[in-house]
Design a protein around this ligand. Structure first.
Ligand SMILES: CC(C)(COP(=O)(O)OP(=O)(O)OC[C@H]1O[C@@H](n2cnc3c(N)ncnc32)[C@H](O)[C@@H]1OP(=O)(O)O)[C@@H](O)C(=O)NCCC(=O)NCCS
Length: 177
């Protein structure tokens, strides 16, 4: 896949969403049934990637504001996370952007598109300079945890180890340096 041929744009109320299918029915449904409603209510903004030569949606992702909050049961993780933050700036919560949804058309999986999207989100929010945003968060489907780990995301707690989704985070400061 030639990534330079991908066009990324924000969903609008009139966007004609081109065919898309990934391995997860909820994620397929969200794109066609819910994404515009979430956007109208300012609950999540969705971005689409299309391959210019094909009548297909290659991937999509949705973003919303979030924060990560100190969990007294996970002092170890919090201490590690705080190590990169100067003493005077340490808080009990930090601003974040959440990846509410991320899915790649199954026809193109394993071609680096998911990583390309994460790199773009990292770049955009590490350099946004319009609001403070220190972390990316995601409730990763258990089937996608390895993908996020390979892209530098870490677990926030061990308590969700056997759940359908796991809370993971990425420190944007590490992307800057
Ligand atoms: C998970 C998903 C977004 C990954 O996108 P992708 O474009 O296929 O991922 P990439 O090609 O960038 O893969 C990057 C690395 O992660 C690995 N990887 C990707 N998906 C994986 C998975 N489901 N399980 C294990 N490893 C995975 C790749 O093998 C690759 O490893 P490598 O660098 O050692 O070669 C995509 O497969 C998808 O949409 N799946 C269905 C929906 C989903 O699970 N979304 C996540 C919701 S939280």
């Amino acid at each position: 896949m030639d990534l330079s041929k991908l066009r990324q744009f924000q969903l609008t109320p009139t966007t004609d969403i081109k065919p898309f299918q990934c391995g997860d029915a909820d994620l397929n449904e969200f794109l066609f049934e819910d994404a515009k409603h979430f956007q109208k209510e300012l609950m999540a903004i969705t971005y689409l990637l299309e391959y210019m030569e094909k009548n297909q949606t290659v991937a999509y992702f949705s973003l919303l504001a979030d924060k990560i909050i100190f969990n007294p049961d996970e002092k170890g993780v919090w201490n590690k996370l705080n190590r990169n933050i100067p003493n005077s700036k340490r808080r009990r919560s930090y601003p974040a952007v959440k990846i509410g949804r991320l899915a790649v058309n199954e026809f193109y999986s394993g071609e680096g598109i998911g990583t390309f999207i994460l790199d773009n989100i990292k770049y955009a929010f590490a350099n946004v300079k319009r609001l403070g945003c220190r972390f990316i968060t995601v409730d990763a489907l258990s089937t996608a945890v390895t993908f996020y780990e390979k892209n530098g995301f870490r677990f926030f707690t061990e308590q969700d180890k056997y759940d359908e989704t796991r809370l993971m985070f990425f420190d944007l400061k590490t992307f800057l340096s």
